[in-house]
Ligand binder design. Structure first.
Ligand SMILES: Cc1cc2nc3c(=O)[nH]c(=O)nc-3n(C[C@H](O)[C@H](O)[C@H](O)COP(=O)(O)OP(=O)(O)OC[C@H]3O[C@@H](n4cnc5c(N)ncnc54)[C@H](O)[C@@H]3O)c2cc1C
Ligand code: FES
Length: 342
């Protein structure tokens, strides 16, 4: 057993032998930033001020050798070899939220696009899931595997949990969703998880960047803001290959018509002539950069495929002066990313 001290807060917690820093922190009520929990996304990266760790199994792009040499580690993977002092901020907002394992029933399945299915899930009658807009749940598979999906509904509209599931070709769970799952099926899930939620203490204007089903948690965050009357100016960039990939375009267009502080910019990367697309084209994060060459006073929330999230983080910081700590993301990694771990 080792003791971890967090700086600057001075909080301390114990880590069992063989346990990762993040798991121990969460178990004891200290919420550190994290996303995939699998060494693939980099959200949990922080600095070791003193002590030694076993770095665990992770992807090179989530933690480069250069970052490692600077004392950084991925706390979802790092296991203490000695007592540690870490530089890490805890997130108060998620502190008292209980993570539960629950059965849920597939109440409704709704095809939103060729490769996107909305799952509406019902919890047992006496159970309620308390969560923050933008968090995700994990399905617990029979073989012990887990699959993460973000809740697209905000907490004030939680009668049913809504997920937007993209079909990954050859993917164990999403193949099942698209080929075999039926309404009334029972699934097991655990949640809520993750730290992709609005930092409400800030009043900075917001830029949201979504690719495909990365829209799901952003939908929850934006609907939460409308509901609470949070009036920070916000612009959503939603990217897809073809217009049909923006599977709730009508809803978002309606938001833009109703809310003066909300702007919507759909961006299409591979329009076909039959799409008669005359809107913005190219990579979704590039469109945001054209409109916001100076992001030094903004917060950015990005969600979707890892290539988009990684490019947005790199380019916004390097080229648009976004402070690194004002970039918040959930990267939709899959087993393919994890299997590629170093
Ligand atoms: C925090 C978080 C939130 C997410 N939220 C959402 C969401 O709201 N909506 C959404 O659509 N997605 C979301 N995702 C992504 C989603 O979790 C994955 O797409 C999903 O887990 C895929 O599961 P699967 O079983 O279908 O595919 P997997 O089994 O994970 O397979 C994915 C791909 O990897 C390949 N593969 C599998 N095993 C291996 C291996 N050993 N070696 C090499 N390749 C392999 C498969 O053939 C397939 O092509 C989220 C991910 C994270 C981390
Ligand atoms: S949470 Fe640690 S790398 Fe994703």
């Amino acid at each position: 057993m080792h003791t971890v001290t967090l700086q600057p807060s001075g909080h301390q917690f114990q880590v069992e032998d063989g346990e990762a820093v993040l798991a121990a922190a969460l178990r004891q009520g200290f919420v550190l930033p994290y996303g995939c929990k699998n060494g693939a996304c980099g959200s949990c990266k922080g600095k070791i001020l003193s002590g030694a760790v076993d770095y665990g199994v992770y992807q090179q792009k989530a933690l480069t050798d250069e970052e490692k040499a600077q004392g950084k580690a991925l706390f979802c993977q790092a296991k203490p070899l000695t007592d540690l002092v870490l530089e890490a901020r805890t997130l108060g907002a998620a502190k008292d939220i209980q993570i539960k394992k629950l059965p849920c029933r597939v109440q409704k399945m709704e095809r939103l696009a060729d490769d996107v299915m909305a799952l509406h899930l019902k919890l047992p009658a006496n159970e309620k899931l308390i969560f923050l807009a933008g968090q995700y749940i994990e399905f617990l598979l029979k073989d012990g595997g887990r699959r993460s999906f973000s809740m697209a509904n905000p907490p004030h509209d939680a009668e049913l949990i809504q997920l937007h599931v993209r079909h990954v070709a050859g993917g164990q769970f999403t193949d099942h969703v698209f080929n075999k799952m039926k309404e009334r099926d029972i699934l097991r899930c655990e949640g809520p998880m993750g730290t992709f939620f609005l930092r409400e203490e800030s009043d900075k204007p917001l830029v949201f960047v979504a690719s495909g089903t990365g829209f799901a948690p952003i939908k929850a965050v934006i609907e939460h803001m409308f509901h609470k009357g949070i009036a920070r100016p916000m612009t959503l960039y939603w990217g897809g290959r073809r217009p049909k990939d923006l599977y709730m375009n009508q809803l978002v267009t309606a938001w833009a018509a109703e809310h003066a502080g909300f702007k919507y910019v759909p961006v299409i990367s591979e329009a076909k002539p039959e799409d008669t697309w005359n809107g913005r084209t190219g990579f979704v994060h590039r469109a945001a950069m054209q409109d916001f060459p100076d992001l030094s006073g903004h917060q950015v929330y990005a969600c979707g495929v890892p290539i988009m999230v990684d490019s947005a983080k790199r380019d916004f910081i390097a080229q648009c002066k976004l402070p690194e700590e004002e970039f918040y993301a959930d990267s939709f990694t899959t087993q393919a990313d994890i299997a590629g771990a170093a």
